[in-house]
Each structure stands twice: as C-alpha cells, then as structure tokens.
Write a new protein. Sequence first.
Length: 317
Amino acid sequence: MYVIILKIVDGDNTPRPLKRVFASMKSTFFSSFGVPLPMNNTLDTKSERIRERGIFIWYPVSSRVIEKKENTMYKKFEMELAGRTLRVDVDRVAKQANGAVLMHYGDTTVLCTATASEKPREGIDFFPLSVEYNERMYAVGKIPGGFNKREGKASENAVLTDRVIDRPMRPLFPKDYRNDVTLENLVLSVDQDCSPELTAMLGAAIATTISDIPFDGPISTTQVGLVDGEFVINPTAEQKAVSDLALTVASTREKVIMIEAGANEVPEQQMIDAIFKAHEVNQEVIKFIDTIVAECGKPKHSYESFAVPEELFAAMK
C-alpha cells in the first residue's frame, strides 16, 4: 500500500469556483497515477474532517501499478567469489544496448554496457574502442557542495581503471573491425570491501561477451593481495592497506593476457605463485560467465572487414 499526500486548502468557506479548481487538480493529479477517483469526489468521515480544516489530504493508492514493474522478468546469476556474492542481472536495464549487465559484488553495484555502431567509421585505420569508468559521489553517499557543486573531471583512478579494462579486451576484438565500440561502466553504489574497479572489469567483459559484438571472450580479472605471507583474493580496503602486493591478473581460458602489479620487494617465486593463483580463480569465473552466455548470449553480427590486402604484404616482402 502506498500513500500519496496532496496539500489543498479546501474548507467550507472556500468559494465555489475554487472548489471546482481543487476538484480538477485532484482528478488530474491522481489520474496520472492511474488511480480512478469517485465522480462526486466524496471522502470518508476522517478525510472529510481533514478536508474541512484545509490541511493535508491523503489517499491510499493501490500498489497494482508498481507490482507490474516488480514482475518484469530479468535473469539473475550468482556465484561466490572470495567469500562474497557476485550477482549478474541481465535484461534488467539498458535493453537498447548491444549488451548490458547490472553487476552486484557485495553491496557494490555497477551498470556495465557494451554498444557498437551499425557501420564502420570512415577514414580510419585503427579500431575505435572507447572505455569509460564513471565514478559519482552519490555512490558513496555524498553530494557535491560548497564551491564545487558539480562532479569534476575523471579522477586519476578512473583513468587508470579505463586502461586496465581496455588493455586485456582490445586484442580480443577482430583486427579488421572498424565499428565504434563503447564500454560504459557507471558506479551506482560502493562497498569499500568490494572493489568497484574489479566489478567494472568483470561487468565490461560479461556485457561484451553476451552482446552481438564480435569478441573472442570471455575473460576474467582477479586481484591478489599478500597479507602476513598469505595470498588474499580480491582484498578488502583494510587488507589492501597492509598488503605487500597489489596484483591484477586478466585471463582467458588458455592463458594470462594482462598483468598489473606493485609490490613491496616480494620474491620472484611468490609473485609467480600469485599469478597462477589469480589464473585459477579466473577459470572459475569464466565457467560462471559461460553459463550466462549459454542462456543469454546473442549471435555475433556480421561486419565490413577492413583487413590489410594480401597484395600489400606481398609487396612489402
């Protein structure tokens, strides 16, 4: 049951023309919510007393309209990742995108979409891939105030996250593909113990893999920390603060395709072990992604090839 409050000063001493205006306002207001009003605009005894005093008037509104939205069908997939729940919602939002997923990791939520143009861009000799990682202050419960009342430019962390998403994914698109592709990652809420950057990396890969954009996926990304000599998968903010290792590894089914690392003089063998550990976790995530693709994946669309002519290679030799 939902309650809508409307303030109308409409007492016994109100002139008759104004009463007609109030009646019209109430009918217009409530009809926009799909709630029919009685033709004589009669209220119950309690509401009549409120109406006579010229203060707030409330109407209980049926929730049947909202229930239709709640019953909208979308597909949900879940797995346990490093002791926290990773949930992927498909076909919940952004249905006009080529591929879109709403990612939940703990209480972190990121909307990830993959879109491609219908035709290739003219006059270019490279693949026009754009990756966006958008941080917003409302994701951590803050609203810009004071002198700066708007969001500023992308932070250094956002730019670096864009690059980490781009680096393992760009080589997996066809080399002769020239359609514009945009991977958009919008952070909606942040759980300090569940990295939004990692969530965006996984979401971008899943959204592209289930889309009709040509892509040789899936891929997965895992972060590894080293706390008291023990490896920690996808460390929390507290664990990152005391970790001797900050390692990010992206993998396909066959091999590791991207490594980004910083460490406090970690032995070489320990670093190798950490990479293999991350690769093992990536394989579990890839199996999870395969189940999503099997149920929600779209056939890849055809495209105009811009491959380098063989005659040119022959002439270069």
